[in-house]
Design a protein around this ligand. Structure first.
Ligand code: PEP
Ligand code: MN
Length: 414
């Protein structure tokens, strides 16, 4: 049982509310009382409560309405209904709707003690069960209902940009920072196209050691200059935990790439840095593995995590697209966790011509934003060393930004 539980008594009869609160507090619990269901709703919006003892008949919202609300916003909070004889049938109906039990007036002290203890036992048990089913304990929506508004993610704020707010955001840039000229031209193009953040890697996880590995520290100043000129926050990949410190004032968001999704030392250090982290889904990671990887960051006290679906490996790998963009994961990821989810249609498809429709589809599936690779001008396609085939032009980016921002708010899932 929960030793010192948070209990809320709701009754529009003040003496009843006070009396019951007094009784329950004798059991060593932290008890408060409010005089209406509306006031209880307000309390529950910001505070977690283990048990609610609610009168059935109240003016305004009644006990049944409150119960239904609680089961939606705090499914693990237990509810015991207080009822008079006339409302016993609805109290029985409340059991069907998830109430733990009811107390029919007049009740004895022992009865109250008993029902409170059993309700708290069930609460403790369901927390244990939920933690097993959802081991991403700090990021689970069910286990942390107060951390995110209902049906919406907990927003991640980067400068003036809100990821997971009312409008989808667009992060764009070159795959890699290759030269100062290429990066600055691309940064200007992203800004002009209406992008919200600039993305470019100075460390690139490449499949072979013979491919361009990124400029390393030589790229830091280029990113700083691009930020100073455009005002766009910088997203850049962190591959090595030893680089966190020197990259703190280069990156506004640390990207952790698909290959490093389960690099637990890196995740831990990114968590400790306190900087927002864009965590790409491992190319063969299940949703649970992805959320558990994010939990390593959250475990260090950093909840500013943006999930990024970037395509997974399937049997069709390479046949007509680089990866299979798994848009089906967006909704469950948002339902299970408190995190915003964005989509990378560039790595998800590997082909520039597939990127616009993949972007619209992602937004249609409820993505909170996009991460897109771009080139400033068509001529750059022949000179960039990294991911040229999947980069769209700045004009195409501008069209995508315009189109996703012109969608009516009701067409955008939260
Ligand atoms: C990238 O964003 O350029 C990249 C390497 O992505 P991923 O980790 O998804 O392959
Ligand atoms: Mn790339």
């Amino acid at each position: 049982m929960l030793e010192s539980a948070r209990v809320l008594v709701v009754d529009d009869d003040e003496s009843m509310a006070k009396g019951l609160a007094e009784l329950v507090s004798r059991e060593g619990h932290e008890v408060r009382h409010v005089l209406s269901a509306e006031a209880a709703v307000e309390t529950l919006a910001t505070e977690d409560v283990d048990l609610v003892l609610s009168d059935m008949r109240m003016s305004g919202m009644d006990g049944m309405g409150l119960l239904e609300h609680i089961k939606k916003v705090r499914p693990l909070t237990e509810v015991v209904i207080i009822t008079g004889y006339s409302t016993v049938p609805s109290a029985v109906e409340a059991l069907r709707k998830g109430a733990f039990n009811y107390l029919a007036k007049p009740f004895q002290l022992d009865e109250v003690r008993n029902v409170v203890r059993k309700a708290l036992d069930r609460r403790a048990q369901s927390i244990v069960t939920a933690r097993k089913a959802e081991p991403y304990q700090k990021l689970s929506r069910k286990l942390n209902p107060g951390l995110a508004p209902r049906g919406k993610p907990r927003p991640v704020v980067v400068g003036n940009v809100v990821v997971g707010g009312d409008r989808p955001i667009v992060i764009a840039g070159p795959c890699a920072v290759e030269t100062r000229d290429q990066t600055l031209r691309t940064a200007r193009a992203v800004k002009a196209a209406g992008g919200d953040m600039l993305r470019g890697g100075v460390y690139k996880p490449r499949t072979t050691p013979y491919d361009f590995q990124g400029l390393g520290p030589a790229g830091y100043d280029i990113l700083r200059e691009a930020r100073a000129e455009t005002g766009l926050p910088i997203v850049t990949e962190l591959m090595d935990p030893r680089r966190v410190e020197e990259m703190m004032d280069v990156a506004d968001v640390f990207q952790i790439g698909t290959r490093n999704m389960q690099n637990y030392i890196l995740l831990t250090e990114a968590g400790k840095s306190g900087k927002p982290v864009l965590l790409k889904r491992g190319m063969s990671a299940t949703l649970k593995e992805w959320l558990c990887a994010a939990e390593y960051i959250a475990y260090e006290g950093n909840l500013d995590i943006i999930l990024c679906e970037r395509g997974i490996r399937t049997f069709s790998h390479g046949e007509y697209s680089r990866n299979s963009l798994d848009l089906n994961v967006i909704e469950p990821a948002k339902k299970l966790s408190i995190l915003p989810v964005i989509v990378d249609p560039s790595h998800g498809t590997g082909k520039a011509e597939l990127v616009p429709n993949a972007s619209y589809a992602a937004i249609g599936h409820g993505a909170n934003g996009l991460l897109i690779e771009v080139i400033a001008e068509e001529r750059d396609r022949c000179t960039v060393q990294c991911d040229a085939a999947q980069a769209i032009t700045a004009q195409e980016l501008a069209q995508i930004v315009k189109r996703i921002h012109s969608l009516p708010a009701e067409d955008l899932q939260s």
